[in-house]
Write a protein that binds this ligand. Sequence first.
Ligand code: HEM
Length: 116
Amino acid sequence: MARVFYHGAYKAPREFNWVIGVILLTLTLLLSFTGYLLPWDQLALWAVTVGTNMMGYSPVIGSQVRFVLLGGVEIGPETLLRWYVLHVLLFPFVTVIFLAIHFWRVRKDGGISGPL
Ligand code: HEM
């Protein structure tokens, strides 16, 4: 990403691939956060408690979002199962699709750009 930014490759005709890149960055963060719970130790437990509490303060749908993510009103075995499925199935699957689009766009845009 730093290389792409330095080379100004976010400009035309590569804006679309930059947006795909932002989605990939978000997916990477989501993979990191869901993976954080899986060691199921004190650090993981409290990190996810804090994270889901923060999401719980979102306006209007906060408490519903928190309930869905925890699989209950507090962190427990259901949370572990839920985050495990997100970490090993859903997010990798979505990431592979966006990676395929990303690499397809690199080819379509005539390969990578060089220094300006
Ligand atoms: C999972 C994360 C990512 C992977 C595995 C990935 C991989 C790649 C690869 C292999 C290339 C071609 C080689 C290169 O340009 O060095 C590329 C190009 C590119 N990437 Fe990513 N990328 C990721 C995230 C991002 C992010 C976060 C951004 C920007 C927000 C981004 C924007 C771009 C753009 C604009 C190009 C075209 C660069 C050019 O033509 O010079 N990518 N990406």
